[in-house]
Write a protein that binds this ligand. Sequence first.
Ligand SMILES: [Zn+2]
Length: 262
Amino acid sequence: MVNFDTYCIDRRNPTPSEYYLYLEEVDSCCPKCGAPFSITKAGRYVKGCEIAHVFPNSPTPAEKVMLRDVRTAGVNSEDPLNKIALCHNCHKFYDDNKSVELYNEMFDLKAAKHRALEAKKLIADKNIESEISKIINRLGIISDSEIGELEKLEYNALKVSEKIEDKYMLMRRRIENEVLLYFTFIRQEFSNLPYGSFSFDTMAFNIRHAYCMLRDKGLDKKEIYKQMTNWFERKTGCDVEACQIMVSFFVQDCEIYEELSK
Ligand SMILES: [Zn+2]
């Protein structure tokens, strides 16, 4: 049960640092409708974003009854965990149409955005071996005729379905296709690297470590896949689709995800 006397405190404007946090959490556009936060009016840039309370800081008597048993985040209403950046329209709609359903949606949205940002920061400092970049780059330029000549993985060697459950079916099918097409090629590329220049085991350990950090942070499989892809992209500067194929390689190679319990 929410303790309104301790949780709801006077409104406090965000500090500049908190403002960056709110913008970064939602990639600088409204997480409800996608509206950009940097807008122009009469040729001038104006702020298109407002910082909203997920749980109201001064609830009306009706809101106190409606929201008395919901989940809250942070120590009080001014905690950054209880605030989210929204466009003006979505902020107004949320404040004017409060319901338990809308509240729970906003609560989950904020939690997911915050978790994703924390995950991104968690692995941001971890480096990726330059050899991975070289191979990801190769994936980006390989021609159709070269692909046709590649040795493909046998379908019965696929391990992806043993690690990804049905609720991620679309992602699983895509990973399986990428693994069937590229797994053998990528493995060959790694084994063709000059002897002594690179340790596959060390690299695999580092990838596994990054995966475990994300898993232990509570991210689901889809979020983990997305964070790993974005991490590869940021660190290597390579094409995002090629980075995705490399993440799929590590799913098949067992660094990412565990086998499902039967
Ligand atoms: Zn909006």
